[in-house]
Design a protein around this ligand. Sequence first.
Ligand SMILES: [Zn+2]
Length: 305
Amino acid sequence: MLIGLDIGGTKIEGVIVAPNTAQVVHRLRVDTPKTNYMAFLVAVKEVIATLLEKEAVQSIGVGCCGSINRATGKMQGANILYLNGQDFLGDLRASYAIPVALTNDANCLAISEFKSGAAKEATNSCLAVIVGTGCGGGVVIHGDIVDGQHGLGGEIGHNPLPGFDSRIDGPAVKCYCGSTNCNESFVSGTGFERTWAIKHAPLSAKEIFAAYAGGDAEAIQHVEYYADCLARVLGTIVNIIDPEVIVLGGGVSNQDVIYPLVTQKLAEHTFSNSITTPIRKALHGDSSGVLGAAYLPVMKGLVEC
Ligand SMILES: [Zn+2]
């Protein structure tokens, strides 16, 4: 059995997964402490302790916001701010005799979908992209998640939008990360609403997609524009790693209309005009974080099952 933890700003979710069936056999959730790192560490260990009482477990995998700086071993870029600068993985490894591994939540989406989800027929590679409140990604190559030298593997949300043209894409937009015209400002759900509001009265993404379904010409134009942005983003990644499958997660990924549009436009933004890469909706939904985390030590070869 494998433990998977999904740690976010509001909740810590822990599960026990049966490795061969991908079935979650135990699950619990607690609130993420708001106070400090020590309270956080206590809460995480209590979740693990509760799970360890239920089954014999081979490993612990953690999916968490932020990443580990390989040079220092410490957390960076986490939106649970007290985590940054802490040796979270080291503190966990010091507490347990079984292997512990940690990666970020977008990587967990890639792992879970590669192992048992929408990319499970892939034998070597997949790209997973979250188009939700923000935009992040994860890359599997040779059956292993690419964390990268600085923990940045798959972080496509903060590359500049390929082919940015203010006549098409609107005025340049500054990102909280310090860069300009980040992909996230265009292809996240927030970006979908932001680019709509450049020319129209503000609407939620759901309202715009509802207008699209109702045949509204402006909404149709905007959804096609969005699909083109996403195809531009994905096309640059295809030209580098050419994955077997692309999986989309997050709020916008639930809009089925985008798949044929992005698939059609992908060929326009890649080096080959005969691109056949399937683009699919993530299968595991909200469980991708815990499942990907649970599989992480297996993918890293820390345990066999
Ligand atoms: Zn950015």
